[in-house]
Design a protein around this ligand. Structure first.
Ligand SMILES: NC(=O)c1ccc[n+]([C@@H]2O[C@H](COP(=O)([O-])OP(=O)(O)OC[C@H]3O[C@@H](n4cnc5c(N)ncnc54)[C@H](OP(=O)(O)O)[C@@H]3O)[C@@H](O)[C@H]2O)c1
Length: 215
């Protein structure tokens, strides 16, 4: 059975954790405070585990990074970067700042020519980051129920890792749009800003992106 280590305890970590459990993986969620995951573990059954950030990083053959974007590098330091070397790390994070949104537009701490994932990739070159799941709300991450399959945009420098993430996304019910190298995170991370505008302006959170293609 494949082992997934999920670094994080929030709604994204728990939702993806449940998705991986549903599709036959063994899952460990990592947190500074395991008490907050007691219910998740009880509901998850024998294949659901809880530990520290380090425990989850060591446990996973595949890793999911699901923590607050602005402290993501610190969390990787806490998890022990050596525990993640040469592993695929699915990066769900967005570089959202602490300032209030303006007209429904989130404030980012990254710039248009340097994404958060590129910063992480430069700082931890031995880790195979793949951006995914950042451009949709947690409610639709697993088995998204729309009339047509929505598109998940991914990128990352390692082709094998991108292919691993593609397989997972297909299992979870997504069309995958592979945008290539980590540089493409400059375009993929801001999709979260776009996704959130109808929510922050009008309370509508029930959508996902789809890339339309002519024949
Ligand atoms: N919510 C969504 O629907 C959604 C959708 C797409 C992408 N995302 C992105 O996914 C990521 C996770 O989002 P989320 O809503 O599940 O949770 P979140 O509230 O953004 O993050 C919670 C996690 O961050 C860790 N954390 C926060 N501050 C920390 C600090 N100072 N030091 C160490 N760890 C810290 C927490 O650790 P502990 O476990 O120790 O408390 C927890 O595991 C974010 O980057 C978000 O932008 C979210």
């Amino acid at each position: 059975m494949k082992k997934v280590g999920i670094i994080g305890s929030g709604i994204v970590a728990r939702t993806l954790g449940n998705g991986f459990l549903k599709y036959g993986y063994e899952v460990m969620l990592g947190t500074r405070d395991t008490a907050k995951l007691t219910e998740w573990k009880e509901n998850g059954g024998d294949n659901a585990h809880v530990g520290s950030f380090q425990d989850a990083a060591r446990f996973g053959e595949i890793i999911v990074l699901a923590v607050t974007g602005r402290i993501a590098a610190d969390v990787i330091d806490m998890a022990g970067p050596q525990n993640l070397h040469w592993k695929t790390v699915i990066d769900t994070t967005n570089p959202i700042g602490t300032a209030a949104p303006e007209n429904g537009v989130l404030r980012y701490i990254s710039s248009i020519n340097e994404s958060l994932m590129e910063q992480l990739q430069n700082r931890f070159p031995e880790i195979h980051f793949v951006k995914a799941f950042n451009s949709v709300g947690s409610a639709y991450m697993v088995d998204p129920a729309f009339e047509q399959k929505p598109s998940m945009f991914i990128c990352g420098n390692n082709t094998t890792s991108r292919n691993q993430v593609k397989d997972i996304l297909h299992t979870f019910g997504w069309e995958v749009e592979d945008m290539g190298k980590a540089t493409a995170a400059r375009a993929i991370e801001p999709l979260c800003m776009l996704w959130c505008i109808p929510g922050l302006q009008e309370g509508r959170w029930n959508h996902a992106f789809r890339l339309m293609k002519a024949n």
